[in-house]
Write a protein that binds this ligand. Structure first.
Ligand code: S3P
Length: 457
């Protein structure tokens, strides 16, 4: 796709529902008793994959339309007919997680506790992603889980059944691994604990508690690592949920509002859970004019409107406990850093090598092609921002001399495609982003929403 240069971004937007929370609503709705109604569900390829997996296990999931009582607009509501913790049926076909790591890792935790056999497959990107991180704890719990090609990757065969409670310390901070263990813990013979180096997103814990599960945040008394404990034995009950806007999707427009000249954007109803709000903290540390207004709760998740204005950015350092709170936002943060004055160092981000693509190398390669001064490290990168350098003379409006346009290889990775599309709005010459259909994984309406704000698009 050819990305037009934008002279300004103005207006307001409601970004689509949170991907992580949407997945969890289907999973918990399916194993709860009674009906779960979900408003604001993200109808993206990843979340639809989760729905299909549960349909293959006998869960009826319908969509109805209703009028939103505040806006008067038609809104879709997902109706999940939950069958209780033991009500799933043995799937007759392979469960296809497609491109979605969240689907395969969380689903595996549930499948480990079922008294049937299942088989999970995924697309070529998902087949390369590490599954040992869930195979290990599930095996310790007594589940037989096999990687078909014995490479600790998909496809996986799961022979579920009775599970033992475990006390597990994960070497990676991962909400997917934590959620897998906690969901398996629903089926264990005693309380299961999970600890990790830094706190990862806590949507599973919050939603499980809303459904009546007995789960609590817990710190390991020996290592002081954060984590959670789940006590099995309580039934889950269907709920009415509203999914907040996805801060990971809002991040593209937060960055765009900061770097495109003469911009002012309002993003409505964005989830600002403190385990996810790293992008806001970094934007502010970089000197960005970002204001959160009208903070309120939607269920157990905090939500706010975010106002962003064009700002002069400066470099910052990003590592340690901050990384899990912005793990999916690093591609777009790298674009902000390229426009900033001074250096930005990103470290402790080795997990990015095992996402939908090796995001560290994808970011660095594409930035280098744009003439950005950047160095790749084992677990991150150092970006020498061009914001402070003397601008080259006589730019057309909107052209700031931070980087040149190029042909960006998104590697079919949605977050790379969206981040570099935002860069294209202010590149010196035309940016072309390849394989942009992949945005359907998390944000099918991304280019339509961008067109609503960008002048011209
Ligand atoms: C997710 C957790 C994160 C994130 C992914 C969604 C989730 O992965 O990168 O996009 O929904 O739990 P890890 O927790 O494995 O880092």
């Amino acid at each position: 796709m050819k990305i037009p240069i934008a002279t300004s971004l103005r207006g307001e937007l409601s970004v689509p529902g949170d991907k992580s929370i949407s997945h969890r609503s289907v999973m918990l709705g399916a194993i709860a008793e009674g009906i779960t109604e979900v408003r604001g569900f993200l109808k993206s390829a990843d979340c639809l994959a989760t729905i299909e997996c549960f349909r293959h296990m006998g869960i009826e999931i319908d969509e109805i339309k209703e009028e939103n009582r505040y806006t008067g607009l038609q809104e879709s509501v997902l109706i999940i007919h939950g069958q209780g913790l033991h009500g799933l049926r043995e799937p007759l076909e392979a469960l296809d997680a497609m491109n979605s790591g969240t689907t395969v890792r969380l689903l595996s935790g549930i499948l480990a506790g079922q008294s049937f056999h299942s088989y999970i497959k995924g697309d070529s990107s998902l087949q390369k992603r590490p599954m040992k991180r869930i195979i290990d704890p599930l095996t310790q719990m007594g589940c037989r889980i096999e990687s078909e090609y014995e490479n600790n990757c998909l496809p996986l065969e799961i022979y579920g059944g009775k599970l033992r409670a475990i006390h597990y310390s994960s070497s990676v901070a991962s909400a997917q691994v934590k959620s897998c263990v906690l969901l398996a813990g629903l089926y264990a013979d005693g309380p299961t604990t999970f600890f990790e180096p830094y706190p990862s997103r806590n949507h599973t814990e919050l939603m499980l508690a809303a459904f009546g599960g007995n789960v609590k945040a817990k710190v390991d008394p020996l290592t002081m690592q954060p984590g959670a404990i789940i006590y099995p034995g309580t039934a889950l009950r269907g709920q009415k949920l509203r999914i907040p806007g996805d801060i990971s999707s809002a991040a593209y427009f937060i960055a765009a509002g900061l770097i495109v000249p003469r911009s002012e954007i309002i993003l409505r109803g964005v989830g600002i859970n403190e385990t996810r709000d790293g992008i806001l903290r970094v934007a502010k540390a970089m000197g960005g004019n970002v204001i959160t207004r009208n903070v309120r709760m939607e269920g157990r998740e905090p939500v706010a409107d975010i106002i962003v204005k064009t700002s002069k950015l400066k470099g910052t350092n990003i590592g340690g406990a901050l990384i899990p709170a912005l793990i999916d936002e690093i591609p777009i943060i790298a674009i902000m850093a390229a426009c900033a004055e001074g250096d930005t160092e990103i470290y402790d981000a080795g997990e990015l090598r095992v996402k939908e693509s090796d995001r560290l190398s994808a970011i660095v390669e594409n930035l280098k092609n744009m003439d950005v001064d950047v160095e790749e490290t084992e677990d991150g990168m150092i970006i020498h921002g061009a914001g402070g350098k003397k601008k080259r003379a006589r730019r057309a409006p909107g052209r700031l001399g931070y980087f040149k346009g190029t042909v960006v290889d998104s590697l079919g990775d949605h977050r790379i495609a969206m981040a570099f599309s935002i860069a294209g709005l202010i590149s010196d010459t035309q940016m072309i982003v390849k394989d942009t259909e992949c945005v359907s994984v998390s944000y099918p309406a991304f280019y339509r929403d961008l067109a609503k704000l960008a002048n011209p698009f």
